[in-house]
Design a protein around this ligand. Structure first.
Ligand code: SF4
Length: 236
């Protein structure tokens, strides 16, 4: 990829949503729920409104490429031809930062035969009228992330049981907090899928399993499969 010169014009196009700022994009194996293990085309958008203590993408604000929404659709079309049936993941940073939220919905509507997953930090409202081929993975930030309560509570109501999931990335100290939040989620929605993803080296899997079973929680463990396969490497 040629290096990109970010002049004022490009920054204005990004601000207006005419161009999408992209850190990187590549084909890989999905590492996390609900698509864990599946081949996917990952598009990492630049920029994030949070700064979590354990963030594993310190390069989240890099802009290495910009594409118009139409160009990104063309790129996805090209990938679908070369790798039929592959799923698309929009991640970040935060892929739903304004004005990207509506652009993401528009792209999914323009490509109805493609399955899109959006990994969001949950702090911005998801589209409750999203098309059937658009799925949200909402990462509910816990106390160990720092930054306080950032989750947009209205997203619990906006989530579609068959499409969207909540994930908690947890260490041992987060468990009491997560129990309360899962109980809250269950009061609103008994069936929406909830995943617990252990922070590397911060909680034993046996501890997490015991926590789920002893509290009779309707939640699943999600390990970061891509790190098991390739280790802590960028671009996989
Ligand atoms: S929301 Fe995600 S990308 Fe943003 S700082 Fe937190 S972990 Fe990093």
């Amino acid at each position: 990829m040629d290096s990109l010169i970010l002049d004022d014009n490009i920054m204005e196009e990004i601000r207006l949503g005419q161009k999408l700022p992209i850190v990187e994009r590549f084909i890989t194996i999905s590492g996390e729920a609900p698509t864990m293990g599946q081949p996917m085309y990952l598009v990492r958008f630049s920029g994030c409104n949070l700064s979590c203590r354990y963030c594993d993408t310190p390069y989240r604000n890099e802009i290495n490429e910009t594409l118009t929404p139409a160009q990104l659709c063309d790129e996805i079309d090209r990938v679908m031809v070369s790798y039929p049936g592959i799923i698309i993941l929009f991640t970040g940073g935060e892929p739903l930062l304004k004005p990207r939220s509506t652009i993401v919905t528009d792209i999914a509507k323009r490509l109805p035969d493609v399955q899109f997953y959006v990994e969001t930090n949950g702090s911005v409202p998801i589209d409750e009228a999203a098309p059937d081929n658009l799925h949200y993975v909402l990462d509910w930030k816990t106390p160990s992330a720092g930054g306080g309560e950032t989750f947009c509570i209205d997203n619990i109501r906006r989530m579609r049981t068959d499409h969207d999931v909540i994930k908690f990335v947890t260490d041992e100290s987060d468990l009491p907090y997560i129990k309360k939040k899962i109980e809250m989620i269950r009061r609103e929605n008994e069936l929406v899928r909830v995943y617990l993803s252990p922070q590397t080296g911060r909680i034993e899997l046996t501890k997490l399993a015991d926590f789920i079973l002893s509290n009779k929680l309707n939640a699943a463990i999600s390990v970061q499969l891509h790190k098991i396969i390739w280790g802590e490497k960028r671009g996989v």
